[in-house]
Design a protein around this ligand. Structure first.
Ligand SMILES: [Zn+2]
Length: 425
């Protein structure tokens, strides 16, 4: 496997700045917007004057005054010093952010004037209106000379201070934060991190995908694949959880603040940690097994907004499921394999054989359709997920069950304990 490519991701988090910080953020945004417009004006002006000289007869159009030097990123960046003298408020903005602002203009400008390898050009750069998306970028994060540092859920920005970040999901393991862009949206301020992992192999080309599966999360089984294999929730994990619940009940009976309460609270905290570690290890085992077995893994995407949640009983599982999905996606990327999230609507109701709706409550564990298909309900869902996720891929056997009824109706369980996988990714 080649380790010559890198994986880039963007993770966005909401910020909760203080009202004083909001004022600073707004001011920076506005000053940088004006400076962007000024620098764009300078470039357009130069273009107008020089074009005039080349295209037109000098009798009709004579350049007025002396033509200034061609403005580019370097001349404009060196003018920043002067800007700060003329407008001292610019001194309060972190210098790298001002350079990034000019770099952004420079790349828009080049995209407009220089065609790319397909001969395509971008549109003419536009002046930014007040109220347009307001953002600025810190080009380095967490390095010694960086203007932005993320520690835990605190983002420390040079000349602004410490802002709390709502880390609704952790920065994935192995990724380095390259840039931080602060931006304003309708409902507040956000930070967008550009992440990079350089140890990632190049992904398997799409047309070389040979095997694919769908995975469905179940109530009694951890997951079921489209070829009828299931992964059970391990016994040791169930046992540890039962112990945890018992110790928590014990804690509730103790007097708060007493020595015994403290002791018991400590015990519960340790058990929590133990259960969390076991779960993570189990997730890694399953993820490695899946990635070893299939080139493409299709899963139900729980992050689809506005999704009608008819699966209330599953909501407790959702937390564990999304933790697993993150691990699985990370493992897949490391191995150059593909994962794809699809809209889960209808996957448990529709028949994977004929597409007909077969309404069933959660208690009904078997999917039984008038077309003759009788299989485990989770298996049916997994088949539907695979069908949605493998559209356009030339994979044999990826259309659910077409003409033959399945021989086996029950899923078979995978024995993960036999395989040795490490949890190190
Ligand atoms: Zn059917």
């Amino acid at each position: 496997m080649q380790y010559n490519s890198s994986m880039k991701l963007t993770y966005q988090y909401k910020l909760s700045p203080t009202s004083e910080q909001v004022v600073i953020l707004e001011t920076w945004g506005e000053l940088l917007r004006r400076h962007y417009n000024y620098a764009l004006g300078q470039r357009l002006d130069w273009l107008n004057r020089t074009r005039c000289q080349i295209d037109r007869c000098s009798l009709l159009c004579e350049p007025i005054g002396e033509i200034p030097d061609k403005p580019d990123y370097y001349t404009q960046a060196s003018d920043l010093k002067q800007t700060k003298e003329l407008f001292p408020e610019y001194k309060n903005i972190y210098a790298d952010c001002q350079q990034q602002n000019l770099m952004r203009l420079d790349s828009c400008w080049k995209r407009w004037l220089i065609p790319d390898k397909n001969g395509k050009r971008g549109g003419r750069p536009r002046f930014k209106k007040r109220g347009d998306i307001c953002s600025f970028t810190f080009p380095r994060v967490n390095s010694p000379k960086a203007g932005a540092h993320l520690t835990g859920n605190t983002l420390k920005l040079s000349k602004i201070g410490e802002i709390e970040v709502i880390l609704h999901r952790p920065i994935p393991d192995g990724f380095e934060i390259k840039q931080a862009t602060i931006l304003r949206k309708a409902d507040g301020w956000y930070v967008s991190f550009s992440l990079e992992d350089k140890t990632v192999p190049a992904a398997l080309p799409i047309d070389e995908i040979k095997s694919a599966t769908g995975i469905d999360v179940g109530l009694e089984k951890f997951l079921t694949t489209a070829d009828g294999q299931s992964v059970a929730v391990p016994q040791y994990y169930r046992k540890a959880q039962a112990t945890l619940a018992r110790q928590q009940r014990k804690l509730a009976r103790k007097t708060k603040g007493s020595k015994n309460y403290q002791k018991q609270a400590n015990k519960v905290a340790k058990l929590h940690l133990h259960v969390a570690r076991q779960r993570k290890e189990f997730h890694f085992q399953v993820a490695h097994w899946l990635v070893n077995s299939y080139d493409l893994i299709v899963f139900e995407n729980l992050n689809i907004k506005g999704l009608a949640r008819t699966r209330l009983a599953k909501s407790i599982l959702d937390v564990a499921w999304s933790a697993f999905l993150q691990i699985m996606q990370a493992v897949a990327v490391r191995r150059g394999k593909h994962t794809r999230g699809v809209d889960p609507r209808g996957t448990s109701i529709n028949c994977s054989g004929c597409g007909q709706r077969v309404e069933k409550t959660l208690a009904v564990r078997v999917h039984s359709c008038s077309c003759g298909l009788v299989i485990d309900r989770d298996w049916n869902s997994a088949l539907n997920l695979l069908k949605h996720g493998s559209v356009g891929l030339p994979i044999p056997g990826c259309g659910g069950y077409l003409d033959t009824s399945p021989v086996k109706q029950q899923v078979s369980f995978v024995n993960l304990r036999c395989s040795r996988y490490t949890a190190c990714g």
